[in-house]
Structures are given as structure tokens and as C-alpha cells.
Design a protein around this ligand. Structure first.
Ligand code: ZN
Ligand code: ZN
Length: 200
């Protein structure tokens, strides 16, 4: 059982399939990988968000129908204070009256239906009044978007989705955890498996 790997990014990936609708089984560069689909997608989302912020070129997708989220006065004040941050990761929001915020655009990859949850959770994180913790809070808010917009466990994936996920994971394999610290994958070499079967 090995956690730190160095599989070449170009390695050919053979997808074996999905197990328990949560893990992906694949073979690459002489290793058998078991990928946690949620943790892996969460890390990929986070890397994307981070890149967007660094390049200050947030990539957004426009919602077909803008979503209107009702906020408490306290939440409204926090939203007001953090407009720039939201913009920097790809949200386009606008006040509508005293207690509603209209969301027009969200970071690319954010699943529909989660938007209200994501916004409220981010506001909750950002509401921590200690301003010296600014960077930390913004990171935390990005974790939350990454997690909430990631593929869930217990969801069957198409072969296309599986292939993409595994090859994307190989690109970020050095950071083999989701932002909260859960591993993206575990792997077994042929030797390790043969040892289990007393062949080696
Ligand atoms: Zn998560
Ligand atoms: Zn996580």
C-alpha cells in the first residue's frame, strides 16, 4: 500500500471500472490504483480555483436561469464585504433589494442545485470576524466550493468521466489528498499483490 507515487503523466491508463459507485479501479505504469472519486474531483476543483485566483482570470459559467438567494442581514453584510473575493474565483453576484442576492455566474464545474448551499456556507466561513485570518478563511471557502461542486460518492460515472478523472488525477498526484486531507487514491504494485497471494 503506497501513497506517494510517481507515475508519468503520459502513462497509459487502463480503466477497469467503478466499485461501490464510489471508487475507480485503474491500472497505470505497473500500479493498480483505487481512486476515491469524490476526493479526487474535489482536489481537481480546488486546483482550478486556485489557478483562477492566481491568474486573476476567473473562469465562470453563466447560469441558464440566474439563482436568487435570500440572505439574512448579517449574511448580506458579509457578502458585501467579500464581493471581490467571490469575483476572484468566478462568481458573479449582484444585490437585488435588501435581502436577496442574484447569482448570474458560478465557477466552471459547479453543479447546479448546489449554488445556494455553496454561497451560504462560504458566507458562514467568511463571517469569522478575525480579519488577520483573511487568507485562511478564503482558503477554507475555496475548500467548501470544491467539495460541494465535486462528484459525490455513490454516483455511477460514465466511462468518459472515469477516464478523465483518472488522467487528471495523475497530473496532481503529488498532492495526494483532498484539501481536507483525505487521500485521492491508494495503489498496489504487482509485487505487493503477489506478496499477498504468496507468489513473491
Ligand atoms: Zn468533499
Ligand atoms: Zn475534502
Amino acid at each position: 500500500l503506497q501513497q506517494e507515487l510517481n507515475i508519468p503523466k503520459e502513462a497509459e491508463v487502463r480503466v477497469i471500472g467503478q466499485v461501490f459507485e464510489t471508487y475507480i479501479l485503474a491500472e497505470a505504469d505497473g500500479e493498480m490504483l483505487i481512486v476515491d472519486q469524490h476526493a479526487a474531483h474535489e482536489r481537481l476543483n480546488y486546483e482550478e480555483l486556485k489557478k483562477k485566483r492566481e491568474n486573476s482570470e476567473p473562469e465562470s459559467q453563466m447560469l441558464m436561469i440566474p439563482e436568487i438567494v435570500s440572505l439574512s442581514p448579517a449574511e448580506m453584510a458579509i457578502w458585501e464585504e467579500n464581493k471581490d473575493f467571490f469575483e476572484s474565483i468566478g462568481f458573479e453576484t449582484e444585490a437585488m433589494g435588501e435581502k436577496d442576492v442574484m447569482v448570474r455566474c458560478v465557477p466552471t464545474g459547479t453543479e447546479d442545485g448546489n449554488i445556494k448551499d455553496i454561497l451560504i456556507e462560504m458566507l458562514d466561513i467568511l463571517s469569522d470576524s478575525k480579519h488577520d485570518k483573511r487568507t485562511y478563511l478564503e482558503e477554507r471557502a475555496m475548500y467548501s466550493v470544491s467539495c460541494k461542486s465535486a462528484i459525490k460518492a455513490n454516483r455511477s460515472l460514465t466511462e468518459e468521466e472515469i477516464k478523465k478523472l483518472v488522467s487528471d488525477v495523475l497530473v496532481v498526484q503529488k498532492a495526494n489528498t483532498c484539501p481536507h486531507g483525505r487521500p485521492l487514491f491508494i495503489s498496489y504494485s504487482k509485487y505487493e499483490i503477489e506478496k499477498q497471494f504468496k507468489r513473491a
